[in-house]
Design a protein around this ligand. Structure first.
Ligand code: NAI
Length: 325
């Protein structure tokens, strides 16, 4: 039985994500934390007739009670993009939010599995790692950058051009979680869909910049929330299953030192000396058990990996120096 806290629970992602977590029968307690609107949202969700109890926590002083005893902490707190913004433009606000929330995680539930949704994920995950290290509680197995929306989009966008493709088929996406750092491995499904070179280029670009479609369509009202809640829930439900003894396989943005032997495969692909990278992982009750290689990768995809390295290197450096400045 699993206890889950959502930080940023009253937001566009936090609300539907909390709703989905409330529906999971293996959850016993759902703690919803935000700096605004939390009591109302939590009261609303609490009436759903699943067995878990829902509690609202609002404001800094309630973080200790919110986090104590939690098995999983999910963080979608922070500002979303507006048209014309990149995820890196969110750094100024979201870096500090993630830093402070992770400080509270360090103090109150350092053994929890921590899922970072707040953007820019390429930087907010290194920020979280630095804070956990400073507090002497860092365990890279337990820290995840949630890039699942890229994986969800990959399958859906392929289905858009190949109606016979089953959209629930998983396509690995590695690299990072922004623009050209997102590297979909379409070669995994090439035997099913037989995409032309042009189709591969077009759908790859759409997966990399799919978030912009939502930002533009929402026209200043934010970025993906419902599809992100679905993707975030998919990732959290994998962790819940793993805690309950059913190992999961998920691509996510992790500290490669978690499994140096497994990471070597990605380093050979071009991830060189990167500390963090989205990779295929196996997850057990205590977090990541190993980094898994890919079944195949094309030369086009290898070039994409190489192009992702420099921006991810800068994103990681920005996160680390933010904490240590
Ligand atoms: P939102 O503005 O609708 O909700 C954010 C919530 O965070 C608000 O309720 C706000 O009150 C709360 N918040 C702000 N400061 C806080 C703090 N210090 N402690 C706790 N809560 C705090 O934004 P939305 O659309 O839910 O997006 C949230 C984040 O998720 C953004 O950074 C966005 O870029 C990111 N995102 C990540 C994706 C991914 O694939 N990893 C996909 C889509 C969005």
């Amino acid at each position: 039985m699993v206890r889950v806290a959502v930080l940023g629970a009253a937001g566009g992602i936090g609300q539907p994500l909390s709703l989905l977590i409330k529906l999971n029968k293996d959850v016993t307690a759902l703690h919803m934390y935000d700096i605004v609107r939390c009591p109302g949202v939590a009261a609303d969700i609490s009436h759903i007739n699943t067995n878990s109890t829902v509690s609202a926590f609002q404001g800094n002083d309630s973080l200790k009670d919110c986090l104590t005893g939690m098995d999983i902490v999910v963080i979608p707190a922070g500002v979303p993009r507006k048209p014309g913004m990149t995820r890196d433009d969110l750094f100024g606000v979201n870096a500090g939010i993630v830093r402070d929330l992770i400080q509270a995680v360090s103090d109150n539930c350092p053994k929890a599995l921590v899922c970072i949704i707040s953007n820019p994920v390429n930087s907010t995950v290194p920020i979280a790692a630095e804070i956990l290290k400073k507090n002497g509680v860092y365990d890279p197995k337990r820290l995840f950058g949630v890039s699942t929306l890229d994986i969800v989009r990959a399958s859906r966008f392929v289905r858009d051009i190949r109606p016979s493709f089953d959209a629930s088929t998983q396509i690995p996406v590695i690299g990072g979680h922004s623009g050209n750092t997102i590297v979909p491995i379409l070669s995994h499904i090439q035997n099913l869909v037989n995409l032309s070179e042009d189709e591969i280029k077009t759908v790859t670009h759409r997966i990399q910049f799919g978030g912009d479609e939502v930002v533009q369509a929402k026209n200043g009202e934010g970025s993906a929330t419902l599809s992100m809640a679905y993707a975030g829930y998919r990732f959290v439900s994998s962790l819940i299953s793993a805690i309950n003894g059913q190992p999961a396989t998920e691509c996510c943005y992790v500290d490669l030192s978690v499994d140096p032997a497994g990471a070597e495969y990605y380093r050979q692909l071009g991830a060189s000396d990167l500390a963090f990278f989205s990779v295929n992982t196996s997850i057990g009750p205590d977090g990541i058990t190993s980094i898994l290689p890919l079944a195949s990768i094309s030369s086009f995809e290898k070039e994409l990996v190489k192009a992702a390295v420099s921006p991810i290197t800068s994103n990681i450096a920005a996160g680390v120096s933010f904490v240590n400045k």
